[in-house]
Design a protein around this ligand. Structure first.
Ligand SMILES: [Zn+2]
Length: 277
């Protein structure tokens, strides 16, 4: 593995464990840090694996493994610190909002009757954080020799965008024009803690592309043309794909638990199919 940081491609890496999808955001699903239980399915290599955090209560044999969503020595100290600054600015607040969906959050509806909540975080901070997460997911796909939903040019463009934005301080980034490109939409559901979720890109390439980030589903627009039969392929209601709901307005769509399960079930079925091929 290269000893140069994968983000800045300039400075040397330092050997600390980096979470590719930040632990803070998946904590809702996997459990607290070191108490996680994570399943990984590798359809290509026909391998299903289980990972227990160090402190996960269990009776099975404890085999020491690397956490599937973390790598050592891929980022330099500066980039890792910059990731951390944005994670700290977003994660607790966003998790709090998601955990409170249906209780403490004030619900609104779009013209097409999609429910949403407003996130009390500046869009540039939210967008920078989430772009950094999906760039890291794509990086993980590459490191694991799996499909990267972004082609080389798109992947490099995203890297530059993440690098450029994440090195700007929080104080300065809110003074900049709101980031409108790439367009992003996010949504979650009620009681996401007990609902299925993933930390990986959708196995089908659509526009917008779909990324699962624990309790958040993120739609990443490559351009304005929605894939034909998007809703049929993904079971994501197209009413959510409206400009009224994009993240440059700090909004998060909310769908019901039944629809959430169907969307996640599609992915499970695709993986099972690949697995059995
Ligand atoms: Zn770096």
């Amino acid at each position: 593995m290269s000893v140069i940081c994968l983000l800045c491609k300039e400075r040397e890496v330092y050997y600390i464990k980096s979470h590719l999808t930040p632990a803070g955001i998946t904590e809702n699903i996997y459990g607290k840090r070191n108490e996680e239980l994570i399943y990984t399915i590798d359809a290509q290599n026909k391998n299903v694996d289980k990972y227990f955090g160090r402190d996960y209560p269990q009776n099975e044999t404890i085999e020491i493994k690397d956490a599937p969503n973390a790598r050592k020595g891929i980022f330099c100290k500066k980039c890792e610190t910059d990731f951390g600054t944005y994670e700290d600015a977003v994660q607790n607040k966003l998790n709090g909002l998601i955990n409170g969906i249906g209780n403490s959050t004030i619900g609104y509806k779009t013209k097409l009757e999609v429910k949403y909540s407003c996130i009390d975080i500046h869009p540039n901070i939210l967008i920078t954080f989430l772009l950094s997460v999906l760039w890291r997911q794509c990086t993980e796909q590459v490191l694991d020799n799996k499909d990267n939903p972004l082609n080389l040019e798109q992947f490099e463009k995203l890297r530059n965008l993440v690098l450029e934005n994440i090195s700007i301080s929080l104080k300065d980034i809110v003074q900049k024009e709101v980031i409108e490109k790439p367009k992003i939409t996010i949504f979650s559901t009620y009681k996401s803690r007990i609902e299925p979720s993933y930390a990986n890109p959708h196995p089908k390439n659509t526009n917008p592309l779909i990324f699962f980030i624990g309790p958040i589903v993120l739609l990443y627009w490559l351009n304005d043309k929605i894939t034909d039969e998007f809703a049929k392929i993904t079971l994501i209601n197209q009413n959510i794909l409206v400009d009224e709901l994009t993240l440059d307005k700090s909004k998060i769509g909310i769908i019901n638990q039944g629809d959430w399960r169907k969307i996640h079930n599609v992915v499970a079925k695709i993986l099972v199919k690949h697995f059995l091929e």
